[in-house]
Design a protein around this ligand. Structure first.
Ligand SMILES: N[C@@H](CCC(=O)N[C@@H](CS)C(=O)NCC(=O)O)C(=O)O
Length: 260
């Protein structure tokens, strides 16, 4: 059986979970607690030496990088196909996923980690923090964590991230005005890639994402949040993510169909 190592059903961690649930593939879920830095534990580094999640393990194969891991899942298992057959729409799906991976998801991650994680380090012993930093294998991740731990993220970087998120909201609103789903007439991996980080926007960006300003994005969020498979994936949460998803469903007027 396929095994999946993720944190909460959120952002990159959410992508394989949403994908497996949509395809109705049984899997074993290993929860990696980012709040306790389990992604840097020796046990997890044995699976992914980069210390990032998710990791999808199928027999002896270990797949990291959430977007290609979703494509692997779509290729390797039955269930509804999650990629359009039409070459243009397949390009559009990959273009959306690449934009998310390269531009939007890192910007949202920077904003969220500065808001949620950085305050946890205030007042901590700097020597202890340096020891924590030394456990992080990738130099670029170590540099990001160092900025968080010592609260030195330049304001200009945060402003640029906010600009990129606003631009992405406008971009996806325009794409969804053209077609019902991000890559065509059917739900696809592009929808999962965006939903995994955008599912909470009506709460986190209430001035930018609402019925009057982004009607297509709101309608898309309502259709995504209504999907039983995505609700089942949120039910794997052990923390605040399932509560946040339930709050958004309430805001969007969606009845609960899956027991949390
Ligand atoms: N490009 C990677 C990014 C993975 C990633 O950044 N995952 C986050 C969790 S959503 C993570 O591992 N964070 C831990 C850290 O930065 O230390 C992917 O798509 O899988």
């Amino acid at each position: 059986m396929v095994e999946v190592y993720t944190w909460e059903p959120n952002a990159n961690s959410g992508k394989p979970l949403f994908c497996l649930k949509e395809k109705q593939v049984p899997f074993t879920h290993h929860y990696v607690d980012m709040g306790s830095y389990e992604q840097f534990s020796p046990e997890f580094l044995d699976i992914n030496p980069d210390g990032t999640i998710p990791a999808v393990v199928h027999g002896r194969l270990v797949m990291t990088e959430s977007t290609p891991a979703m494509e692997y899942i779509d290729d390797a298992y039955g269930g509804p196909p999650l990629r359009p057959a039409d070459p243009y729409l397949r390009w559009r799906m990959r273009q959306v996923m690449r934009y998310m991976d390269n531009v939007v998801a890192p910007s949202l991650a920077m904003i969220a980690s500065n808001r949620l994680a950085a305050p946890r380090f205030i007042g901590r012993d700097p020597e202890e923090l340096k020891r924590e930093l030394n456990k992080i294998p990738l130099p670029e991740r170590r540099a990001s964590w160092e900025k968080l731990m010592f609260n030195t993220t330049p304001p200009a970087e945060l402003e640029e991230s906010a600009r990129r998120v606003s631009q992405a909201i406008a971009h996806f609103e325009a794409l969804l005005a053209e077609l019902p789903w991000l890559a065509g007439e059917r739900f696809s991996l592009a929808d999962i890639a965006v939903f995994a980080t955008f599912y909470g926007l009506p709460i986190s960006y209430p001035r930018e994402v609402h019925e009057a300003r982004t009607p297509h994005l709101i309608d898309w969020l309502r259709r995504c949040h209504s999907r039983p498979a995505l609700q089942e994936a949120f039910a794997l949460s052990r923390g605040f993510i399932s509560q946040r998803a339930a709050e958004v469903r309430g805001m969007l007027g969606i009845a609960e169909s899956v027991a949390a």
